[in-house]
Structure formats: structure tokens, C-alpha cells
Design a binder for this molecule. Structure first.
Ligand code: PHB
Length: 394
């Protein structure tokens, strides 16, 4: 067996794990990242694509923002569309903040390249990951790589391995409280080789259900449709997908730009939070700890915020023995998690057919109308969408 000693053992090479590794390195703290998927898989998987200004600023601080600055699309507003009316929410005018469209897999490529260039370790394709002794002061992570047993001996374990990962699952039953809400619908998402015919994202309310027009680049569109949770992707031909998008996003004399579909999938919609985000020397970050429905585009940004808070706490602990940051990590991270849960739930409930019938649908239209007439209502949406400013305890 090959045993390696490091300070922080990081399970999962997604946004939380890799941002944490880079921030720890900046603070002079050593870490090793292990990941069960291959590097190719991590770098190709189509996921989120909207970065808050907080995330963009952190990327620049870490010296990994150069390609994002070149290729990312900076947006200053979003459109809220309902049949017969499109209202723009002027995010930047209302908050002074911007958002950036940059695919998660592009961000991951940049983080992985920087981590390896700087001499940091990422072990891809590990299997059989198990956590040990995180109740005490010498936690260990065992796994296999290339048929060999290996072990990471560390001071702290950072669980960044997603909702279905082993980290949260290895905490003894009863030690964590889990809050969950599963929405009775899903998103069918496509990536298409088609130039977007909109300059900013369009969130569409429609009798037939919600639709979202997003993008990845000047030639790639990303679009979503609300569908029943048990929807089978095989039942959706390209023709049916485009017809439904055209119907739900319709506006006079305008069409969604169509083109070859290059990726497709159905994503369930769930809200989930586990509390606290710590068990002994195991800390949970990102999707391992919480899931938000995608309507507010917050999942990636929340994961990055967890990493920011934990790296600051670990930096203080290693440099001066200060425990307060580590003791307060869960409370600080959860403060934002619950704010963002509420916002994501608000956006979801504002725009989807929730199954409550015509009265509920008319209330949604009244809310949309209110957003277009009330600067206060629009500002509240805008500041949440742009991302509330980062703070040491938030
Ligand atoms: C996306 O581009 O994937 C995206 C954008 C905004 C959302 C959700 C997803 O609210």
C-alpha cells in the first residue's frame, strides 16, 4: 500500500474541490485532490454556466481568470418573458454587478491546468474511496488507483464529491439533519450549435410551462424546458424540442435560433441542505452538502463560496492555530446557502407551472407585472441574481 501524507485531503475535483485546492495553495496549505472520474469526463461534462461576480473576482485573484476574461460573455441583465410582454431586469443598473456566462467545464479546465502547472496533485480515476478516523486528529482516506491500494493521511478532509458522493454518506446516521424538497417537475436541457438570437438570457413564463434561453458562446445555445419529472428523453425528437421552445418563448416577429442538438438530458429539480457542514475533521462543501434547483443558476457559485470560507478558516488555523474560523465554517456557509435556497425557490415558483391551477398561475403573472413596475421588487431579484457580496461570515 502506498501512503501519502498531506494537510488537507480533498475528495472531488469539481468547482468546490479545485477552488479549495488553489486557495489553500495560496495560503501555503498543502492538499491532495482525488477524483473518481477521469480528467476527460470532468472536462467534458456539460453543466452550469453562469458565474456571479464573486466567482469571477475569485478566479482573477487566483490567477486563473485569463481565458474566462477573453471568452466569457459578460451580461448586465436578464429578460423575463410572458406571452405578450418581455421585461428586462437591469441587473447592473440596479446593483452595479455583472454576471458572466462561462461553461462549468471550461472553468474546470482552467482550474485543473493551473493546479497541475503549479505542481499540485490531482489523482483522477480513483475507486473505492473510503473515509476513516475523521472523528479524531489523524483522518485517512483510502482508495485504489491503477489496481493499487493507496491512503491519504491528513489533518482535515474536505468532502467536495457531489450529492451522490461518499463523504456525506459516510457520516453516521443521525449526526446530520437533512432538509429536502423534490419539485414535481424536471428540466430537459439541450446544447445546440446555433447562434443565440438573444443578447441576454430569457426566462419564459408560459401556460405550457417554463422555458429558458441561455447560451455558451456566440455560436452555442443552451436551452431548457420544464417537463414532468418522469419524462423520458427518448420521447423528445429534435423537432418536438424546437417546436416547444418556439411556443413557450414566442415573441412577435422573433424566433429562437435553431441548429444541431449536440447534448441533451433531463435534470431533476431538488432543494437539499444538510446541517451542520462539519463532522469532526470532515467538512462538506458544494453539492455534497446542498442542492438548489437550477432556476437561479446558483449551484456552482455556492460551491465556490463554501471553498472561499473553508480555505480562509484553514489558512488561519494553520498559520496561528486559530480555531474560530473552522468552528464557524458551517454557520457562515449555511447563512448564504439558506439565502440562496430561498432565492432559487422564489425564481422556481415564479416561473414554473407548479400544478396549483389557474389561480396560482394568475398570481405568478401578477408578480411578474409587479417586478416590471416596482424598482424595489426588481432590485431584490437583481441583487440575489447577481450574488450578494461576499463577507468573512457569508
Ligand atoms: C445555463 O446556462 O446553463 C443556465 C443559465 C441560467 C440558469 C440556469 C442554467 O438560471
Amino acid at each position: 500500500m502506498c501512503a501519502v501524507r498531506t494537510q488537507v485531503g480533498i475528495v472531488g475535483a469539481g468547482p468546490a474541490g479545485l477552488m479549495l485546492a488553489l486557495m489553500l495553495e495560496r495560503a501555503g496549505v498543502e492538499s491532495v485532490v482525488i477524483e473518481c472520474r477521469s480528467r476527460e469526463h470532468v472536462e467534458q461534462r456539460v453543466r452550469a454556466g453562469l458565474l456571479e461576480q464573486n466567482t469571477v473576482e475569485l478566479m482573477h485573484e487566483l490567477g486563473v481568470g485569463e481565458r474566462m476574461a477573453r471568452e466569457g460573455l459578460v451580461h448586465e441583465g436578464i429578460y423575463l418573458r410572458r406571452p405578450g410582454a418581455t421585461e428586462r431586469v437591469d441587473i447592473t443598473g440596479l446593483t452595479g454587478r455583472r454576471i458572466t456566462i462561462y461553461g462549468q467545464q471550461e472553468l474546470l479546465k482552467d482550474l485543473i491546468a493551473a493546479r497541475l502547472e503549479r505542481g499540485g496533485e490531482i489523482r483522477f480515476g480513483v475507486t473505492g474511496t473510503r473515509l476513516h478516523d475523521y472523528d479524531g486528529e489523524r483522518p485517512r482516506i483510502s482508495f485504489e488507483q491503477d489496481g493499487q491500494s493507496a491512503e491519504l493521511q491528513c489533518d482535515v478532509i474536505a468532502g467536495c464529491d457531489g450529492f451522490h458522493g461518499v463523504c456525506r454518506a459516510s457520516v453516521p446516521a443521525g449526526a446530520l439533519t437533512e432538509h429536502e424538497y423534490v419539485y414535481p417537475f424536471a428540466w430537459l436541457g439541450i446544447l445546440a450549435q446555433a447562434a443565440p438570437t438573444t443578447d441576454e438570457l430569457i426566462y419564459g413564463w408560459h401556460d405550457r410551462g417554463f422555458a429558458l434561453y441561455s447560451m455558451r458562446s456566440p455560436t452555442i445555445s443552451r436551452l431548457y424546458l420544464q417537463v414532468p419529472s418522469d419524462e423520458r428523453i427518448e420521447d423528445w425528437s429534435d423537432e418536438r424540442i424546437w417546436a416547444e421552445l418556439q411556443a413557450r418563448l414566442a415573441s412577435d416577429g422573433w424566433r429562437v435560433g435553431e441548429g444541431p442538438v449536440i447534448d441533451r438530458g433531463v435534470t431533476p429539480m431538488r432543494s437539499f441542505v444538510c446541517e451542520p457542514l462539519r463532522h469532526g475533521r470532515l467538512f462538506l462543501l458544494g453539492d455534497a452538502a446542498h442542492i438548489v434547483p437550477p432556476t437561479g443558476a446558483k449551484g456552482l457559485n455556492l460551491a465556490v463560496n463554501d471553498a472561499r470560507l473553508l480555505s480562509a478558516a484553514l489558512g488561519a488555523w494553520y498559520s496561528s492555530g486559530e480555531e474560530a474560523g473552522l468552528a464557524g465554517y458551517s454557520t457562515a456557509a449555511l447563512r448564504r446557502v439558506w439565502q440562496v435556497q430561498d432565492f432559487s425557490n422564489y425564481m422556481t415558483n415564479l416561473l414554473h407551472d407548479l400544478g396549483g391551477g389557474p389561480f396560482q398561475r394568475r398570481l405568478q403573472l401578477a408578480r411578474l407585472e409587479h417586478l416590471s413596475r416596482s424598482r424595489a421588487a426588481a432590485t431584490s431579484l437583481a441583487e440575489n441574481y447577481a450574488g450578494l457580496p461576499a463577507a468573512p461570515d457569508f
